[in-house]
Design a protein around this ligand. Structure first.
Ligand SMILES: Nc1ncnc2c1ncn2[C@@H]1O[C@H](COP(=O)(O)OP(=O)(O)OP(=O)(O)O)[C@@H](O)[C@H]1O
Ligand SMILES: [Mg+2]
Length: 366
């Protein structure tokens, strides 16, 4: 689809965003065309070096959008992660999810966000790889391993990881990017205890006031109530809800709200946090799916009971503010970073002192 060259880049971007609600596919292909028409991102994909500059060592993992390998830069010997972009045979062209991921990751630079070094190509143009800094673990695998060993993170380790997570998310939000798929498998942890947000396949730039966005975002267990109720004008607050679920999981090693479907997810929330009402969340009853869901009356918040000893009052207050139904009242990343939880004892440990585990995923041979 050709972009309308008479429009300014800002107008074209706005036009693409306005189309998001009615026809997301159109929005995506238009945005794809716009990026290329503007020539803004073309440089990332043309003149790329060859993947032959890297020696593939072993397979790490396969996600929805790509396969990840551990590889060595032949010249320098440095280890990197190569994420191979899955190009579907049915649809032509470069997937928008991947283009967004590359664009966003190349535009962000922060200690707590995975760094993309370059994009390289294989023998044919349909073999494309993102070269990223390599991290030894993802948080999902770490928490599973801790559960097996019955060796959870200490409160000061949890605090350090939460501080790093919030710093990464705050950087995204300050740069008008929301992630839209925050979960433990999308958080990498190095052997030096540094946490890095990865997998920007669903991330995108947002505006304030908000536009309409697709509701098919965020893995169910970490999905905010407004997304479940069909709100298309959601904001960066959806990431904070997910961060709250991750915070709870760091403390208990169990997913906080492991729903089996969208309705079940809302019911679990209601049982744990009390049923949402128009009083505590003005505007909730107007959301597209609100009439389809009948919450049984449950006026109590049982969240504190889940963390009798693992969280101090300040820790619980922070968690409760992240898991606030009304996205307008939900704490922001920058407010959360200043919460007294982070300055009361025990203080967060230096990342280098966070316990480490043997690397599991780079042992798997290809
Ligand atoms: N830079 C990296 N270093 C080490 N491992 C990585 C790196 N990036 C990703 N991985 C591993 O590969 C997995 C899949 O990567 P990623 O989440 O980016 O792909 P995806 O296809 O979008 O995944 P999904 O759809 O499953 O969320 C991660 O959960 C992590 O275990
Ligand atoms: Mg992922």
């Amino acid at each position: 689809m050709a972009a309308d060259k008479r429009l300014s880049p800002e107008d074209r971007k706005r036009k693409a965003d306005e189309g998001a609600d009615t026809d997301q596919k159109q929005d995506e292909s238009e945005e794809f065309a716009l990026s290329f028409a503007d020539g803004k991102y073309l440089s990332h994909l043309t003149g790329c070096r060859s993947v032959e500059n890297y020696e593939r060592l072993n397979f790490v993992d396969e996600g929805t959008y790509g396969r990840v390998w551990r590889a060595r830069d032949i010249e320098s010997g440095t280890i990197y992660a190569l994420k191979q972009v899955k190009l579907s045979k049915e649809s032509e062209g470069f997937p928008i999810t991947c283009l967004r991921e590359i664009n966003i990751l190349l535009s962000l630079r922060h200690e707590n966000i995975v760094h993309v070094r370059e994009v390289v190509v294989g023998s044919s143009m349909d073999l494309i790889f993102m070269v990223m800094e390599y991290c030894e673990h993802d948080l999902k695998e770490v928490l599973e391993s801790m559960k097996r060993r019955k060796q959870p993170y200490s409160p000061s380790e949890v605090k350090s990881l939460m501080q790093q997570l919030l710093a990464g998310v705050n950087h995204l939000h300050e740069n008008w990017v929301f992630h839209r798929d925050m979960k433990t498998s999308n958080l990498l942890v190095t052997n030096g205890g540094v946490l890095k947000v990865c997998d920007f396949g669903l991330a995108r730039q947002f505006c304030d006031p908000s536009h309409d966005y697709t509701s098919t975002v965020v893995t169910l267990w970490y999905r905010a109530p407004e997304v479940l109720l069909g709100d298309k004008r959601y904001s960066r607050a959806i990431d904070i809800w997910s961060v709250g679920c991750i915070f709870a999981e760091l403390c208990t090693l169990e997913a906080l709200l492991p729903g089996k479907g969208e309705l079940d997810q809302l019911n679990l929330m209601s049982k744990m946090l009390g049923s949402p009402t128009e009083e505590i969340w003005p505007g909730m009853s107007q959301l597209p799916n609100a009439r389809k869901v009948k919450f049984s009356k449950q006026p109590y918040n049982f969240l504190r009971k889940k963390f009798p000893t693992t969280l101090t009052n300040n820790g619980f207050d922070l968690l409760n503010r992240m898991l606030t139904y009304d996205p307008e009242k939900r704490i922001t990343a920058s407010e959360a970073m200043k919460h007294p939880f982070f300055t009361e004892p025990p203080l967060p440990v230096d990342p280098s002192l966070i316990q480490t585990f043997p690397v599991e995923h780079n042992r798997r041979k290809c």
